[in-house]
Design a protein around this ligand. Structure first.
Ligand code: GLN
Length: 447
């Protein structure tokens, strides 16, 4: 804990944590030391973990990096925090993120952007940017993020670490601040596949507080083994042909395809006919759900209340206008628009149907192949401030990650070297729902 705290202090300029629980972490570590000594310690004993600041931890602030929750304290713990603590993890702090997890660069945080440890003039990725840099920079052993459309995987890729988005329904969302509830999943960010497997084992599984959770058996870390079987892998051909994908990313993907083939795996190009619909479908649905989820921040129940409000109407209007950031407001407005009478069928209902088609087509591919391989993101970490002005450019950045989110399937981002200029690159593997064991086993091949 002391070592991590020092690393956090030395790299304060990266803006990774919204709060560090220093004294508390030191005390917890001492208690766990005693448990280790008498043989009663849990599975995560000694594992120092950062949690994204949209995950509730009783008695601690949780802000979702928003002004509207700046002074809000959790009155209960999320299931994931309960499970981490029950296995004797040490929680070292609340990691910065995009406001309400909306973003892909961690530049939408009320507390300022998170900077990449590999190059502090570049973004960390988002929305779990603080969680990813915390692991990248050795400020903790592992971190917990949330992934709605890529927010664990994409920052992991930008930071050269591993990010796993489990199948929808694997890990409880109880006590995790909602963004888009039919997509949101908690996921671990780690340096090794073994740690990802261990955290999945601890966090996953039925919870009476989340009715969307599956009863499927949870993969156990002890079953993790490097696969020697020959696999069938599809790769997205557009990843190599599209002008929107960076040349170094293409070269890395090609290099891995060649290596997989040389090792006896079957690797074939596929063209995903719904590729152009992935990003629009995701954003219509995610914004619709966000506009509904964020209706609860009304200046009355909890969070920021404008000091200028004089009646109920102005309490709502001013608290929300002053409390939410620009991107969050944009999404609430677009979400409300696609849900409004007259536009519902044209946008929301249509997007739901396209989502089903995307799920069906993805399942079809996975009948023939074990995995779909893509880059995690079309380019490495970009310069801070570069994309802020055009949100659509940032949205398109999610092209490879939202397929798993729309179809509820598990996907992992694995480090795949760097671009020759020191910027990490990541590759993504996607597989069938509840195929985490196979996904993690095959991940070992890449490392
Ligand atoms: N970049 C995507 C978005 O802004 C994904 C974010 C996430 O997974 N939380 O919605």
């Amino acid at each position: 804990v002391k070592g991590y705290l020092q690393q956090i202090k030395q790299n304060a300029h990266l803006n990774v944590f919204n709060e560090v629980f220093d004294t508390e972490a030191l005390t917890a570590a001492k208690e766990i030391d005693a448990k280790i000594a008498n043989g009663t310690a849990g599975k995560l004993a000694g594992m120092v973990i950062a949690i994204k600041d949209n995950i509730c931890y009783k008695g601690h602030k949780v802000t979702a990096s928003s002004k509207i929750l700046e002074n809000f304290t959790s009155i209960y713990s999320s299931t994931v925090v309960e499970r981490l603590l029950a296995e004797d993890a040490v929680i070292i702090g609340r990691a910065n993120c995009d406001e309400f997890a909306m973003g892909a660069a961690n530049e939408n945080s009320f507390f300022g952007p998170v900077k990449n440890y590999a190059d502090a003039t570049r973004v960390s990725g988002g929305s779990s940017g603080g969680s990813a840099v915390a692991v990248q920079a050795g400020m903790c052993h592992a971190a917990i993020g949330t992934d709605t459309g890529g927010s664990v995987r994409q920052p992991a890729a930008f930071c050269g670490v591993i990010g796993l988005k489990p199948t929808y329904g694997r890990i409880s969302r109880h006590g995790v601040i909602s963004y888009a509830s039919s997509f949101d999943q908690v996921g671990p960010i780690t340096k090794s596949v073994a740690d990802a497997a261990l955290l999945l084992e601890v966090l996953a599984g039925a919870d009476e507080f989340d009715g969307t959770l599956s009863q499927q058996p949870v993969p156990e870390a002890k079953n993790l083994k490097k696969e020697n079987d020959k696999k069938k892998i599809a790769y997205m051909q557009e990843a190599l042909s599209s002008p929107g994908v960076d040349a170094d990313v293409k070269a890395t993907l090609t290099q891995y395809i060649d290596k997989l083939r040389a090792d006896g795996h079957t690797v074939k190009p596929i063209s995903f006919e719904l590729l152009d619909y992935l990003v629009p479908t995701y954003y219509i649905l995610a914004m619709a759900e966000a506009s509904s989820n964020l209706a609860r921040y009304d200046g009355v129940h909890y969070g920021y209340r404008s000091p200028n409000a004089t009646d109920l109407e102005s309490t709502y209007k001013l608290s929300r206008s002053e409390g939410f950031g620009k991107e969050v407001k944009r999404r609430i407005m677009l979400g409300t628009f696609v849900l409004s009478a007259g536009y519902y069928d044209a946008y929301y209902a249509k997007a739901q149907k396209v989502r089903r088609l995307i799920q069906d087509k993805t399942n079809e591919i996975l009948k023939e192949f074990d995995f779909i391989l893509t880059p995690t993101a079309p380019e490495p970490a970009f310069a801070l401030g570069l994309k802020e002005k055009d949100p659509v450019v940032t949205y398109l950045h999610d092209i490879f990650t939202v397929q798993a989110s729309l179809s509820g399937m598990p996907a992992i981002s694995l480090p795949a070297g760097n671009n020759g200029k020191g910027l990490p690159l990541g590759l993504q593997l996607l597989t069938k729902s509840f195929g985490e064991q196979e996904l993690l086993n095959f991940s070992e091949y890449f490392l």
